[in-house]
Structures are given as C-alpha cells and as structure tokens.
Design a protein around this ligand. Structure first.
Ligand code: PEP
Ligand code: MG
Length: 588
C-alpha cells in the first residue's frame, strides 16, 4: 500500500492505465519488420499536420495578439524541421523497431539528458519547447492510440506524473474511475479535475509510475489517500464493499438536488459550482447548485489551439450562462501563469517563482487588446435577450493585490462599455468583483471593499501565499492546510469585514466542499460557497444536520486549539456524531 494525499474522496477499483511523459503506446511491444514503413509514415503524417497546425496558429496569433507572441510557433515549427531530431526518430523506428510513441518518449529522454541539467536558461527553455512539440505530435497520433488502447474498456485508473488539462481532454472517451498522480496536491489540476467529475483521486504518490504498469489492478482510496497495486483477494473484497458503500451513498444523495440548501435551523445558503466549461455547468445543474460561483475561463484557452476571438468567446460565455443553474454565472477573467501556461501569450522567461510572478491580471494588463476582448465578450454575453429569463452575470478578477489594480480594472471595464456603446453592440449589467487570494489584499480588505461589488475568496491561493508554501510542491504542500489556525484567523477577518458592509462574499477555493472546513466557514458567517459540483449533494446534506449556533460553537472550539492536527481531529469526531450517514464520504 502506498500513501499519498487524499484529493478527491471515494473508493474505486480498476485497471491501471499508465501515462508516462507522453502517451506511450500501452502494452505494445516492438514493431514487426513489415510494420516499420507504416510507422514512419504515421510519424511523417503527424509531423506534416503539426506543421500546418503551427502555421495557422502563428498567423492567427500574429493578427490577434502580435508578432512577438506568435514567434514561439515559428520556433516550434523549426524544431519539426530539425534534421537531427527527425533523423533520430526515423532511426529508432527503423533500426530499433520502436513505435512512434516510444520513439518520441525516447527523444524526450535524450534531450532531457542533454539539456535539463544545463545552467543555461535558454537551453532549458528549448527543452520545454521540444516537450510542447512532442505533445502536439502525440495529439495527432492519439486517434491511433485510442484505437490501440481500446482493450482498456473496463473501469480505468489513470496513473500519471501530473495530469495536464490537455491529457484530460484526450482521456475524454475513457471510463476513468480513479486518478493517481506522483506530483500534485489538493489544489493541483489533476485534483481539481478529479473533484469536478466526482472521481476518487490520490496525489503525491512518489514513484508510483515505476511500481505500476498498465493492466495492473489498482485500488484508489480517496478518503484516506491510499493506493494499493495488485491487492490480494481479501483486501480486494474489503475494498469492493467500501466502493459499494461510497457509490450507494452518492446515488442516495443525488436525490437532494431539487431541495433548497438550508441549515437545520432554516438559514438559507447559496451552494454554487466551480466550473471549467459548458459540460460542468450542466453537471452543476444536475447536482443541485443554485448558480455558478466560479467559471475558470483559462480552460477555454488551455484546451484551445489558438486565441479564441471575441465572437467565439461570446458564443461560449452565452452557452455557459444559459446552462448555469438559474442563469447565474460568475465569470473569472484569464488566470494563467504560475502553473498554467498558454503558449500564444508568451511564456515568462523561466521565472524563479512563477506563482509569485507574471500571472493572472498581471499578465492580462500586459496584453491590453487581448484583455479588452475578453471583457467585451463577457459584457456582451450578459446582454438580456428578448423573451428569455433574466441572467445574473458577474465578472471576477483574479489575484488582485492592491487598490491601484482595482482602479485600473474599472477603467478597462469602462473603456469596454464605451466601445460597445459606440459600436451599438448590446451589453448587460455585470457586477464587478475581486478574488481575495493575496494576503496583502486580505490585510487591506476594508479599504478595497469600497471599490468592488462583491468578493470571492480564493482560498487555494490565499493559503499557499499565507503559508509561503507552493500548493503543487509535494515537499511543502503539507503546509497548505486550510484549517491551519493562521488561515482560520485571516478568513474570519475577511468574512467579518465583508458582512459588516453587506458586501456579498463567497469562498470558491476547494475547502468550500470539505465538510470540516464548511462548518467552520458557516460559523464565521459565510453563507455563499462555491465548489466542485460533485461536492454539492454532500454539503447540502451536511447543512441539513447543523444549525448556525452549532457551527459557531465548532468555530469557537477550533479557535481554542493550537495546531491544525487538533482542529482537524476535533472536527472529524464532531462531524461523525452530527452526520453519521456521511461516514463513507468524510475525508480524513
Ligand atoms: C483559488 O485560488 O482558491 C481559486 C479558486 O482559484 P484557482 O484554484 O483557479 O487558482
Ligand atoms: Mg486562485
């Protein structure tokens, strides 16, 4: 049994599907001689299509963002023409009878050996470019791959180093029942994606890719953070029982979707959904959310091969709003940088501290046309449509640090409104809000409140910045505890400040969906919670068991404890007594 971080609750059993750096053809041995020519043709076809793709991308980005941003695609194209690189792949297919996938994996290893340890930033950057190119090539090979891996038809457990959004897209048609990653933490992408789909997941399991091979039986216990590879029959039987309990409870709770979110003493709550796109907005409705509290628009860009134009964005935002419960959606402007990069907006030159660097609005400010386009599209998507139900659209800006930024953002929104007015394009009323995720903003919250219509607390980032611990670095992510005494104190001061001036405040970090954190936040006076849709039924059920007075009492008790461990164990014991029926779901 291996121990990792429990990132998405539930218990599941399935067959391992190991994703190495690139999608290596699973279970496929060496090629037969007669297959070699076909494999080279497959590679050449992927190379040709990648070149076409890059040229189109370069042109589009040049028009929409500028020459500088588009230059990266020319670099990528030149890699695809590099005779040494192409020669190596051909030779490995021809002489060593490797499949395309295996040859590309070997290529990455080769360049990594050559460049990774280099002290030269420029050379290390080139390795990142080669990775990008290999990922593009494999995306053209993936249709063939999916056919090859068709044998994996039963419940699949994906085992990977870290799951990238693009890989999740590629896995779209697979029956993924569980996810295990070597890297990552509670708030990494793999975790967020797993939770949004209700898939049990464990992260931070060092070395699991070396110890597991495609086809192995794997148990994922997302409550305890345990992973068991090839269990014996007794263990398997015990976990099958747990798996059943978990799915039974999940099915049972799904029935509360049409009930209002209300505490035992009748306090009404807003349980909103965090979404990444239209499909999630639909599952938010299915899970009984009352609206969308956070639409992370970056996935639109991450999954997109090029810059989406205003009309394209408008259509998507309209779709998301129409699919959101009560047509209520909070749309967050682009939040990339840090761990997420979008090649067409340029990659920061190997930042030493990407999370503290050029991300979110800091990056958007430097691409004014691009930023304005997104804001215009959101304003237009909010325009009321004749003969249709009213919409409630809010615009949310990530990583706000100070008052100057808020003023600058307001000015950009005003400019977008003036432009639309002049062009006679209809737009709607949109509330203006800030993410509260930088400690400086938490300290100054009372000053900032005068400049915003609402606040959304991004506890994932707030916690990592407050604790000075990268949320995706397994070596320090243990410090990123939403129930740490320091975090509780800061959160309470923010919620109190917002409530004092009646400014709506939501918490949209992952802790909103964690039962222990939920009761503490309720005790602070928070009434709006935004979480992965899969958590809504559980939180709704839990809310029905607690009164506001009970939550206030639990907060007071938590504040008397001096360590996170004590707070957590006190809350675990109390919650099991309050809602024993939720036992299969309650995380550690
Ligand atoms: C957060 O920081 O809490 C948040 C909701 O945003 P993200 O996880 O996308 O940074
Ligand atoms: Mg954030």
């Amino acid at each position: 049994m291996r121990k990792g971080i429990a990132v998405s609750p539930g218990v599941t059993i399935g067959t391992a599907y190991c994703i190495h750096e690139v999608f290596v053809d699973p279970g496929r041995g060496l090629l037969e001689s007669h297959e070699v020519a076909g494999e080279i043709a497959k590679f050449e076809n992927a190379r040709k299509r990648s070149i076409q793709d890059l040229r189109a991308l370069q042109q589009k980005v040049e028009q929409q963002v500028g020459k500088e941003a588009a230059a990266i695609f020319a670099v990528h194209e030149s890699i695809l023409h590099d005779a040494t690189l192409v020669g190596k792949v051909h030779a490995w297919i021809q002489d060593e009878h490797l499949s395309c996938q295996a040859a590309l994996a070997q290529l990455l290893e080769y360049y990594r050996g050559l460049l990774d340890r280099s002290r030269d930033d420029y050379l290390r950057e080139r390795l990142a470019d080669i990775r990008d190119v290999v990922e593009r090539l494999t995306s053209f090979l993936s249709a063939a791959l999916r056919k090859d891996s068709g044998a994996l038809s039963g419940p699949t457990i994906v085992v990977a180093d870290e799951l990238l959004p693009s890989q999740v897209v590629m896995l779209g048609d697979k029956p993924v029942h569980g996810i295990v990653t070597q890297a990552g933490s509670q708030t990494s992408h793999a975790a967020i994606i797993a939770r949004s789909r209700g898939i049990p997941a464990v992260s931070g399991v060092a070395g699991i890719l070396r110890q597991t091979k495609t086809g192995d039986t794997v148990i994922v216990d997302g409550r305890e953070g345990h992973v068991i590879v090839n269990p014996d029959s007794e263990v398997l039987t015990a976990y099958r029982k747990l798996e059943r309990e978990f799915t039974d409870l999940r099915d049972q709770l799904a029935h509360n979707r049409d009930q209002p979110a209300i505490t035992r003493d009748g306090q009404r709550l807003e349980l909103l959904a965090n979404i990444n796109g239209v499909a999630d907005a639909q599952s938010a409705t299915a899970m009984g959310a009352s609206g969308v509290g956070l639409y992370r628009t970056e996935y639109l860009y991450l999954a997109h091969a090029s810059v989406p134009g205003e009309e394209e964005q408008l259509a998507i935002y309209r779709d998301v709003i129409a699919s959101s419960p009560n047509r209520s959606a909070t749309i967050r402007t682009l939040d990339i940088g840090g761990d997420k990069t979008v090649p067409f907006l340029g990659r920061a030159q190997q930042e030493a501290n990407p999370f503290m660097g050029w991300r979110s609005i800091r990056l958007s400010f430097e691409h004014p046309n691009f930023f304005l386009t997104q804001i215009r599209a959101i304003l237009r998507a909010a325009a009321p449509l004749p003969d249709s139900e009213p919409k409630h659209v809010q615009m949310l800006f990530p990583m706000v640090t100070n008052l100057e930024e808020l003023r600058r953002l307001r000015a950009i929104v005003r400019r977008a409104q003036q432009q639309l007015q002049a062009e006679d394009k209809p737009y709607g009323k949109v509330a203006f809000g800030m993410m509260l995720e930088v400690p400086a903003a938490a300290v100054m919250i009372d000053q900032l409140l005068g400049s915003v219509d609402f606040v959304s607390i991004g506890s994932n980032d707030l916690v990592q910045y407050l604790m000075a611990a990268d949320r995706d670095n397994p070596k320090v992510s243990h410090l990123c505890q939403p129930l740490a005494p320091a975090v509780i104190r800061v959160l309470e001061s923010v919620v109190t400040a917002c409530n004092r001036v009646h400014r709506p405040v939501t918490l949209c970090g992952e802790m909103a969906g964690q039962p222990q954190a939920f009761v503490i936040l309720l005790g602070m006076g928070l009434r709006r919670f935004s979480m992965s849709p899969a958590f809504i039924p559980t939180v709704k059920e839990l809310a029905a068991h607690v009164t506001v007075a009970m939550a206030e009492n639990l907060l007071a008790k938590a504040k008397q404890q001096k360590t996170t461990r004590k707070i957590r164990s006190m809350l675990n014991a109390e919650l099991l007594a309050i809602a024993p029926n939720l036992k299969p779901i309650l995380m550690q």
